[in-house]
Design a protein around this ligand. Sequence first.
Ligand SMILES: O=C(O)CCC(=O)C(=O)O
Ligand SMILES: [Fe+2]
Length: 320
Amino acid sequence: MSLLRSAPPPVSNSVPVIDLHPARDEQLGYALRQACLDTGFFYIAHHGIDEALIERVFEASKAFFDQPLERKKQVDKAKSPANRGYEFLKGQTLEAGAPPDLKEGFYIGEELSADDPRVRGGEFNAGANQWPEDVPGFRETMNEYFAAMLGLSKRIMRGLALSLDLPEGYFDEFCREPLATLRLLHYPQQPEKPAPGEKGCGAHTDFGGITILLLDDNPGLQVWDIRSERWMDVDPIPGTFVVNLGDMVARWTNDRYRSTLHRVVNTSGNERYSVPFFFSGQLQHEVHCLPNCLNAGETPKYPPTTVGDHMREMYRRTYA
Ligand SMILES: O=C(O)CCC(=O)C(=O)O
Ligand SMILES: [Fe+2]
């Protein structure tokens, strides 16, 4: 019988660090399974992404946000049919009923030319990026980092397949021509007297497949621990990324692997920068419950959906 049907979730109060260079694939699959059955959040170490590139990403991000608002407005996301560019402070409300998020952002996607079938077909978020003119090296750095994140995401998706007792390439179709979004975030300090519920980033789950999150030195990320029913700090660990599972994984696994609630409260006393990379998957891909994630007599909690339908709906809700 599959472990996924029989094993109780392991108990832990913290988020594990998973080494991406284990001796064998099975070891990686096993480590991922433990982490995913638990909080659905884990750090990855020895991920192979160049530290110098990561430094350049932070430098370019800071240089962008340091500009006067007038400059940032030149690349306003509202001008882009593909949702690329600058998002104002308080531009999104990730937690329904809470005040808008105390963050400003910049969205980057895969650079697609006007004659790409995805752009011609009006596919969600397909198109060109908007680039700031006055931040040296911004475009090159972000494109390089985007490509590196795509590669890393595909690798993690393969590990995820193994962790679910599936062939390594099970999610390859989901990973083909995926929607993916790189988001630069800048959080001002949490105000001394915030409005009720006001914070950097409201409680939410991520919408797609997996998220690879690059953190600066500041704490602020909190993850909901369903066992203790408390917010748990997930603080930065140098040399790692934080990875978390999105809604597609919860749907595939009928919540065996959860898309866990998380939020940001920037009480660090500093301005905080982070860089999530959302690997959402191929928009036409239909996501339904995996057969080995259902006990006899159990029914799927979620109806089948496509990546595209779910993404569109979540953008609609959080940008209302
Ligand atoms: O800034 C962070 O640490 C988390 C950001 C996040 O959860 C998101 O953008 O979805
Ligand atoms: Fe998130």
